[in-house]
Design a protein around this ligand. Structure first.
Ligand SMILES: Cc1cc2nc3c(=O)[nH]c(=O)nc-3n(C[C@H](O)[C@H](O)[C@H](O)COP(=O)(O)O)c2cc1C
Length: 300
């Protein structure tokens, strides 16, 4: 039975990875799960300089998921290189660095700092709904997206994954624009924009007013978008949004994802990724699937 998948020439032992921002760089989770079993670790967003993030409260639970407005708080690429890369290198897994920025120049600066580091791929977050100066703007206009991807690709010495926003009119147009700009892989979905109001205080629950909506409730939206995007492009797609178990992951793969990421559910059950890996193998055995690639886009 073969669970290996290849993304832009990088071979993953299985298609299961973490979703950016829900796993840090793995330090806390390494006490609970064997990180070496993961296909890849996708890190929390890293910027050229430290970012403070948004004021609190920044997270709240909602039916079937959560809202977050962390605002991409991170210690910056220098700390990431000194502290997080050596930690992640201890495990037999691939390292995918999620990169955030306010401007194209900031993305490029971070990518250039990482180019000679032992990391496998970049995931460019052009789709965070919580950053004021407009990271989302890169991800909402196909022309701006294509130009952004071109500029990042020209600077990057590793394969580039472009992480798409679901907060768009046509996910197909965005996927096509990312591919036209030279993206090696696309990943989706980032969070949907949401809001929660405390009716007793008549106040917004989040200091940022809005937050990114994620968790099991978003899954049908995500599966549909993965289906649409994967049928619009030739490059591989990483699917995510509400994955809680192997059945969810297989749904994304059948919709057209070559690999999947587990996000919010890491918070309620830190073993979710491992259970997804085991469950995919059990599904393959049950249905006599020799190679996981047979399942990619196999819905009819
Ligand atoms: C607390 C939190 C922080 C996140 N931080 C990032 C981030 O830094 N970069 C990014 O691209 N996506 C970030 N995301 C989005 C997730 O990676 C993922 O795309 C989204 O949550 C949907 O998957 P899920 O429903 O499994 O969580 C974050 C999500 C959450 C819940």
């Amino acid at each position: 039975m073969n669970t290996k998948v290849e993304l832009a020439g990088i071979e993953l032992k299985n298609p299961v990875m973490t979703a950016s921002g829900t796993f840090g760089s793995g330090a806390e989770y390494s006490e609970m799960i064997d990180i070496g079993r993961l296909g890849a670790v996708v890190t929390k967003g890293v910027a050229n300089v430290p970012w403070e993030g948004n004021p609190s409260p920044r997270v709240t639970e909602v039916y079937g998921g959560m809202l977050n407005a962390i605002g991409l708080q991170n210690p910056g690429v220098d700390v990431f290189i000194e502290r997080d890369i050596p930690f992640l290198q201890k495990f037999d897994t691939k390292i995918i660095v999620n990169v955030c920025g306010h401007t194209v120049e900031e993305y490029i600066e971070t990518v250039e700092r990482l180019n000679d580091q032992p990391v496998d791929m970049y995931e460019i977050n052009v789709s965070c709904p919580n950053v004021k100066q407009g990271a989302l703007a890169f991800g909402q206009d196909p022309h701006v997206l294509e130009e952004t991807v071109k500029a990042v690709k020209a600077a990057a010495k590793k394969p580039v994954i472009i992480k798409l926003s679901p907060n768009v009119t046509s996910i197909r147009d965005m996927a096509i624009a990312a591919e036209a700009g030279g993206a090696d892989v696309i990943s989706l979905i980032n969070t949907l924009i949401g809001m929660k109001i405390d009716i007793n205080r008549r106040k917004f629950v989040l200091a940022n007013k809005t937050g990114g909506f994620s968790g099991p409730a978003v899954k049908p939206v995500a599966v549909h978008m993965v289906y649409e995007a994967s049928h619009a492009v030739k490059i591989p797609v990483i699917g995510m949004g509400g994955i809680a178990d192997a059945d969810d992951a297989i749904e994304f793969i059948l919709a057209g994802a070559s690999a999947v990421s587990v996000g919010t559910m890491n918070f309620s059950d830190p073993e979710t990724t491992i259970k997804v890996i085991d469950g995919i193998e059990a599904y393959m055995k049950k249905y006599h699937v020799e190679d996981i690639k047979e399942l990619v886009g196999a819905v009819s």
